[in-house]
Design a protein around this ligand. Structure first.
Ligand SMILES: C[S@@+](CC[C@H](N)C(=O)[O-])C[C@H]1O[C@@H](n2cnc3c(N)ncnc32)[C@H](O)[C@@H]1O
Length: 601
């Protein structure tokens, strides 16, 4: 398994690039964050891509000094390795330190600290010119040839789109829009075309905020047939982006506009229907699970469904931060919460990656779903509107806080904060895509996901809810009657072994459970718990090999005997109203055996 050290967290740069002072290579100091400074570099070597990092050799233009530049974990940009995407970079507030192998390195932990200079990714950042302090080389010396007209940009973007070269298409359309913005006499319709086409590329790249903005900006409002058809297309793209963001009310209005302009458009009709189903799910919690399940497969493991959260609200939970509380009475089996994952990475997908982390803060080694962390960072980088709800989740490190900070090169993401949020809030749904073999997944490629609302669920070993998954839809049901105002809890760790369970809760979730069951088991003392555990293991092993369905009377007597000796380890007063978890397996066996016995009478 890949190893990754989680060093001391440090915040990303939040200063706009133009307000940073250039720094020279010779000014770099070891183990220093050069706050308020920016270093401009040119890549001069191929990129070495490892499982959880990429590195290359760079050169500072004025001094010619070379430096190793390494990007940790978050190194991809629209499917390309960021270091490979261009040759000129600016490192904001460079962090100069030793790599894990002991090489002096400029280390990038936060993607927003590495700015790609003008070129194929199409952002409008130019590196400082050579005349500026620090003497950096002008970006244009290394950038792609400049296209002359917006029309040429559009044609080149269309050609790139045809070849599925999405970052290039995005860059070309962006370039075209920059040219239009500079040219006051430019034809307005070319801007609409560029926005409309870029909306499509943004949709394909899952940049949904931008897809919505482009779709809206592309509307012509002209009432002839040709323009109405173009506007219908724009409404469809905007509606699609809103649908994928889960904004179903907005999506509905947009698809309705599309239908108004193009009444016979089948896409509009189909999407309008789907959106109405989503709105119904969202409002009522009524789902056609059979249909949703039927739509799932290994290649399409994400459910087309809305989230239903009206039975719950987030409130303070004394001693445990925030928690999820019932807004109404619920019966056993009733849906408490049904939530689509904010982000899920399935074990069979290329993105799946579990790494061993060593955290210097608490001197602990843990398995960490690095693939999920990367996917979440990508999603919020691409969709800044989603940042605050993720950053509002519980995590030990606060970093730059939860509020969105937009800078010239995009949103600023504190990846240490995302790391800590994932560490404390991710769940493992198991390989639940329909028909998938359960054995396919192990600890190195476990499926993991983040469910925002469910992240507020606190743990109890005697919880009142149970969860299951339909694809990436988490379905949480009441395990016993829940009253309005009651806190909803579920079990993060279901081990019956008190010592193993409390150790896991401490290591993974960072707290000591004080539920009634833990208090009772703690009061039992080590000797009694050890005795009970030995009896439980003996009984479970016996039940494993004895077939309940074919059990003879003598086996039933033996099982009752085993159950009695386990039961005797529970003190009645202490365990009044609490589950006797060590008895679960043997009692199940007895129920199966005696039911068959009775059925045979
Ligand atoms: C998934 S979050 C649950 C929501 C969290 N309480 C919040 O404020 O957002 C998990 C974290 O909640 C806290 N937590 C959950 N259950 C707890 C419990 N039974 N006792 C104390 N803290 C608990 C721990 O800090 C844990 O790491």
């Amino acid at each position: 398994m890949t190893a990754l050290a989680v060093g001391c967290p440090y915040p990303p740069c939040t200063v706009p690039t133009r307000d940073l002072q250039p720094i020279r290579h010779s000014e770099l100091r070891m183990d220093t964050h050069h706050r308020g400074r920016v270093l401009t570099l040119r890549r001069i070597a191929p990129v070495v891509k490892l499982t959880a990092r990429s590195w290359t050799v760079t050169q500072e233009s004025s001094s010619g000094g070379t430096e190793r530049l390494e990007v940790i974990l978050h190194r991809s940009n629209h499917g390309q390795d960021i270091l490979e995407s261009e040759s000129m970079f600016m490192v904001k507030e460079p962090y100069y330190t030793l790599s894990d192998q002991g090489d002096p390195t400029l280390r990038i932990d936060h993607p927003s600290d590495l700015v790609v200079c003008t070129g194929s990714l199409g952002n409008d950042i130019s590196c400082p010119s050579s005349g500026e302090p620090g003497g950096a080389v002008a970006a244009t010396a290394f950038a792609a040839p400049v296209t002359n007209t917006a029309k040429e940009c559009k044609d080149e973007g269309n050609a790139a789109l045809k070849q599925r070269a999405l970052p290039r298409a995005l860059a070309k359309y962006t370039n075209g829009l920059q040219l239009v913005a500079k040219d006051t006499a430019a034809n307005g319709s070319i801007a609409c075309d560029l926005h409309r086409n870029r909306a499509y590329v943004n949709l394909l790249l899952n940049r949904l905020d931008e897809a919505k903005a482009d779709g809206t900006a592309s509307l012509t409002g002209i009432k002839d047939q040709e323009h109405q058809d173009l506007d219908a297309k724009a409404y469809f793209r905007t509606g699609h982006a809103a649908y994928n963001l889960g904004d179903f009310q907005e999506a509905k209005s947009l698809f309705e506009e599309q239908q108004r302009l193009a009444p016979s458009d089948r896409d509009a009709i189909a999407y309008l229907r789907k959106t109405e189903v989503r709105l119904h799910e969202q409002a009522t919690g009524e789902y056609d699970f059979r249909k949703i399940r039927a739509g799932l497969s290994k290649t399409a493991p994400r459910a087309d469904a809305a989230s239903f959260d009206r039975n719950t609200e987030v409130k303070k939970s004394p001693g445990r931060g925030h928690g999820l509380f019932a807004t109404r009475d619920m019966d056993v089996g009733e849906i408490v919460l049904c939530e689509k994952a904010f982000c899920v990475v399935w074990g069979h997908e290329d993105e799946a990656l579990t790494v061993m982390t060593y955290d210097v803060r608490d001197d602990m080694i843990r398995g960490f779903p690095a693939g999920l962390c990367k996917a979440i960072v990508q999603k919020v980088l691409n969709n800044p509107s989603q940042i605050e709800k993720v950053m509002d989740l519980y995590g030990d490190y606060q970093g730059i806080g939860k509020h969105l900070i937009m800078r010239d090169s995009g949103p600023v993401i504190d990846t240490f904060k995302v790391h800590d949020i994932v560490a404390r809030n991710a769940f493992g749904p198991g390989p639940v895509y329909s028909g998938g073999p359960r054995a396919e997944e192990d600890v190195r490629n476990a499926s993991t996901g983040l469910w925002i609302r469910a992240s507020y669920l606190n743990h109890s070993c005697v919880s009142n809810s149970k969860k299951e998954y339909v694809g990436d839809l988490m379905v949480l049901r009441a395990a016993r009657p829940i009253g309005a105002g009651e806190e909803i809890t579920h079990s993060y760790n279901e081990s019956g072994d008190y010592d193993a369970r409390t150790a896991a809760l401490k290591t993974t979730w960072g707290f000591a459970c004080t539920c009634a069951l833990c208090l009772a088991e703690k009061a039992d003392g080590t000797a009694l718990r050890t005795k009970r555990r030995a009896l439980e293991l003996e009984a479970d092993a016996w039940a494993e090999v004895e077939h309940a369905a074919k059990a003879k009377r003598i086996s039933i007597v033996k099982a009752r005997c085993l159950a009695r000796s386990i039961n005797d380890t529970y003190e009645d007063v202490r365990y009044n109203g609490l589950p006797r978890t060590a008895l679960l397996r043997i009692r199940k066996w007895l129920t199966e055996a005696t039911t068959r016995d009775l059925a045979g009478c």
